[in-house]
Unconditional design. Structure first.
Length: 231
DNA sequence: TCATTAAGTATGC
DNA sequence: GCATACTTAATGA
């Protein structure tokens, strides 16, 4: 395996306060691995033997209901830690992580977590900050699911994807990884048919443009109106 | 308002 | 040509 470059970590929040030598230390103990689109990095309920940092690509974090269908809890973007069960005092992963596009991640044995927290300034606070942000986002979508109509939920979900992973193009902002209507239905607690109908009608209205697994939001401001958020 | 059923077209390996 | 993605209409809770 080629030696990893220090610049991979030096600008990321959990590591930005560290000395070069410390980053070297961290990288030398990391395992780097590539994941194909659709493959699982780890699965819900399995022993949390490693924690991870996403270098490139996108992940979806899913939980399976007793009935057997999946819920997409959130997405992970490059630069984010994930699988940090040790921070939650857990010895199993609370959810499954799937590569939404071809992805590359670093990982370390969970046994190193206490050492990272103790030795590397800023690592602990940044980790808990991202955990807090994720919890907040999950709570937002939860209350949204309970109170808002389907159209607003789908609009919000699209906006969230655009804000977290959007890339600007001539036509608008495109979601940076493959998303199906089925995926969106799993994010919003509806059916793929309803999502398909909504996207079709939004396309007719010039708000989005979509082809198979690919969505561009051409009029984000109108989607914001549809999402019904105040302000 | 929305899920379900069903029956179709389009797309890509 | 097959599986997967997507569309659309009809029906009914």
């Amino acid at each position: 395996m080629p030696k990893l470059d220090e610049s991979l970590l030096s600008d990321l929040p959990p590591f930005c306060l560290l000395e070069k030598s410390q980053i070297r230390e961290i990288l030398d103990r990391a395992v780097s691995r590539r994941y194909e689109e659709g493959s699982a990095i780890f699965r819900e309920g399995h022993d949390a033997d490693r924690f991870y940092l996403l270098l490139d690509g996108y992940l979806r974090v899913v939980r399976t209901t007793p009935g057997g269908d999946q819920i997409i809890v959130l997405h992970i973007s490059p630069g984010q830690l994930f699988g940090i069960a040790p921070a939650l005092q857990r010895d199993t992963y609370p959810a499954t992580s799937i590569a939404a596009a071809e992805s590359i991640a670093l990982s370390w044995p969970t046994s190193l977590w206490p050492e990272f927290v103790a030795n590397y300034p800023g690592f602990a606070t940044e980790s808990y900050k991202t955990l807090g942000q994720r919890l907040g986002q999950i709570q937002d979508t939860l209350t949204e699911m309970a109170t808002q109509a389907v159209e607003k939920r789908v609009a919000c979900a699209l906006l969230r994807l655009v804000n977290q992973t959007g890339r600007k193009t001539e036509e608008g902002i495109e979601i940076a990884f493959p998303v199906t209507r089925h995926d969106i239905s799993e994010m919003t607690g509806t059916t793929l048919h309803t999502v398909s109908r909504l996207l079709s009608s939004w396309q007719k209205d010039g708000i989005v443009q979509s082809t198979r697994k690919h969505i561009v939001v051409t009029a984000p401001h109108r989607l914001v109106v549809l999402s019904g958020i105040e302000g």
